[in-house]
Design a protein around this ligand. Structure first.
Ligand code: GRF
Length: 216
């Protein structure tokens, strides 16, 4: 069966992009990374795409609508069926969000709806929560909102600082994003209002991840 064509939007480091690239190296994985788009030419993630032989584009257009138009053109030319935001740090044009509705996901390093926006790990520490984690969700107009596909929880340690907590969450992100994209690619997700129902799963996706399990 043809693999789902995924377009990844990045702004920086690209470690989640790398996790998706690594997952797609397995011929049995139901998705492939068709194209990578960055809004910054100096994003290290572009080098990861290049190293993997994946077409990649820097679109350094600061006007929101013009960026959206250019990105949309690239994604459609590459036959993209799912857009995955992976550390993409720009607010997207509303028309773009609507055009890709239910076909665009994002990953955020908190258990949404807690701690949306910037510095979610700092927010989690300030709030004193004992668990935080990461969320993959369908993208809607409001930043870091939208039906939740999957979440993974990680414990917050008493001596955590922002960096340590971020690293623990990031390790969970690298397992969660490939899992969420797999569920989409296998057509197992159904959006019902604010909820995403997973068909055919033996267990809900959150339970598929053990935070203390450090497999890549
Ligand atoms: C990740 O923590 C992701 O959840 C957030 O931005 C960060 C991007 O990291 N949206 P990377 O570029 O994937 O390494």
């Amino acid at each position: 069966m043809a693999r789902l064509r995924v377009g990844v939007l990045i702004s920086g480091r690209g470690s989640n992009l790398q996790a998706l690239i690594d997952a797609a190296r397995d011929p049995g994985y139901p998705a492939e990374i068709a194209v990578v788009v960055s809004n910054r030419a100096d994003a290290p993630g572009l080098g990861r795409a290049a190293a993997a032989g994946i077409p990649h584009h820097a679109i350094e257009e600061t006007r929101r609508a013009a960026f959206a138009e250019a990105a949309d053109r690239v994604l459609r030319a590459a036959g993209v069926e799912l857009v995955a935001l992976a550390g993409f740090m720009r607010i997207l044009d509303l028309g773009f969000v609507e055009a890709w509705r239910d076909r665009m996901v994002n990953i955020h390093p908190s258990l949404l709806p807690a701690f949306p926006g910037l510095h979610p790990q700092r927010q989690a520490l300030a709030a004193g929560v004992k668990f935080s984690g990461c969320t993959v969700h369908f993208v809607r107009a409001v930043v870091d909102s939208g039906p939740i596909v999957a979440q993974a929880a990680v414990p917050v340690a008493d001596d955590d600082d922002e960096e340590r907590l971020a690293a623990r969450i990031l390790a969970a992100e690298h397992r969660l994003y490939p899992l969420a994209v797999r569920l989409f690619a296998e057509r197992r997700l159904r959006i019902a209002g604010e909820r995403v129902l997973v068909d055919g799963a033996a267990a809900p996706p959150a339970a598929m991840l053990n935070p203390s399990d450090n497999r890549a």
